[in-house]
Structure formats: C-alpha cells, structure tokens
Design a binder for this molecule. Structure first.
Ligand SMILES: [Zn+2]
Length: 235
C-alpha cells in the first residue's frame, strides 16, 4: 500500500478506473479488487482518442471506435497468452475527463493522463493504437512510430515487419520526435498507426472482422518475439 502514497488522488482514481474497467471486461476474481496488484505489467495498450475526441474519420467511421475495437481484441489475445496486460480505456471515454490539470488544453490533459497510467503501471512495452489519414487517398499501410531509444526502435522494427507481412508492404518505422508520448515515456513505447482510413483498401482491412483479427495476430506475434528477446525491462 505504500506504493499508493506516492500517487495523487486523481492518479489513484485512474488506476482504480483501469482495474475496475479491466475487471468488468475480464471478470477478475474478487480478491483482485481488494488488493490490486501493481507488479510490473508486460504490456499497456493505449487506446487513442475517445469521448469528445473522435480522432480522424472517413465514411462516418471514427478513429476512436476503430482504436477501441483493436485495443479490446489485442487485450484479449495477449491475456490468452498470460501476459500481464492493461488498457487505458475499454469504453468510449475521454481520459482528459479525469485530469487534475485544468490550466492546459484538453488534448494535453488527455496525453498527460496516458503518461500517468504508464508511469504508474510501468509496463515492459507501451503500445498506443491509432489510425492514419492522408489527403492522398493512395497512401496506405501501417506506420510504426518509435522513441529515441534502442529498445523502442527494435520493438518498432519487429512490429513493423509483422504488420508489413500482413499488409504485403515494405514500410519502415518512423522516429516520433515531436510526439509527447514518444518524448516523455520511459519504457519502450510505440505509436502504431495501423492503416489509413482515407485509403479504400486499408479501410476495408481495418473494418473487416476477419482482417482485424489477423492484424491483431500480427501484433501479438511481434510482442511475443520482442518479449522473448527482452524478457526483462532491465537494460
Ligand atoms: Zn490518432
């Protein structure tokens, strides 16, 4: 319990929200509620946008909803493999609603909440799920964005390769110099733009249930591979 004393009230609220949401989703045994175990997580899935923030969109399909679909599927597939997994939201909800910071923009409140969750749960890997958009409807394929760290870059290469295999493309990961989460998170982290909603072929893959499962399976294979190489979060 000492662990909690270092947290602000709002962070405790966020953590219990995660535990309760996740508990509701996977029906944790009662003891998990009484003594939430904050031992290191393997993976935190960060479901981009939510609530008032729909993210990008195309044909009436909102990024926040696709992110949630992929996030829940990825969560459940990683749990099946007995990884310790957390997820930042499992409903259509704006994380900024819980922010204790009221003098910054809603967008920054949202990002700081995501960082607080990562800092509290200390995962080996933090994966932020997003969808891309371009004014060029030709542009397509998954884009994996990494931090200025060797582990993040290696993780990005592995994830990009598995996604490339599925999409039958040869894209390379991109360094996320200007992204708040890529700058501020201390654990190996990625932003995964799974495809372009502005491209018809990608949109078909991103919205079809069978291909959604296959994209998630590709990400799970990548996580398996990365955590096999780096089973510990120690350097
Ligand atoms: Zn996004």
């Amino acid at each position: 319990m000492l662990y909690f004393l270092r947290f602000s009230k709002s962070l405790i609220k966020v953590i219990f929200a995660i535990i309760l949401f996740v508990g509701a989703y996977i029906s944790l045994p009662e003891s998990s509620f009484a003594y939430p175990n904050l031992a290191p997580y393997d993976v935190i899935i960060d479901v981009g946008h939510g609530g008032v923030d729909g993210g990008t969109s195309a044909d009436g399909i909102l990024e926040k909803d696709l992110n949630l679909t992929f996030g829940k599927e990825l969560y459940s597939e990683l749990k099946k493999k007995s990884y310790r997994v957390g997820i930042t939201r499992i409903h259509d909800y704006a994380l900024s609603d819980d922010s204790p910071y009221h003098n910054i923009s809603r967008h920054n409140q949202d990002l700081k909440q995501r960082k607080m969750i990562a800092d509290a749960l200390k995962p080996k890997v933090f994966l932020s799920l997003h969808m891309n958009w371009s004014k060029s409807s030709e542009r397509r394929g998954p884009v994996v964005i990494y931090q200025a760290s060797g582990r993040s870059f290696h993780l990005a290469q592995i994830v990009q390769q598995h996604l490339n295999d599925y999409f039958d493309l040869h894209k390379t990961p991109i360094r996320g110099k200007h992204y708040f989460l890529m700058q501020k998170l201390e654990m190996p982290s990625l932003i995964m733009e799974l495809g372009y909603v502005s491209n018809n072929e990608d949109l078909q893959l991103l919205t079809d249930e069978k291909s959604q499962r296959q994209i998630v399976a590709a990400i799970v294979r990548a996580i398996d591979e990365y955590l096999f190489i780096y089973p510990s979060d120690l350097p």
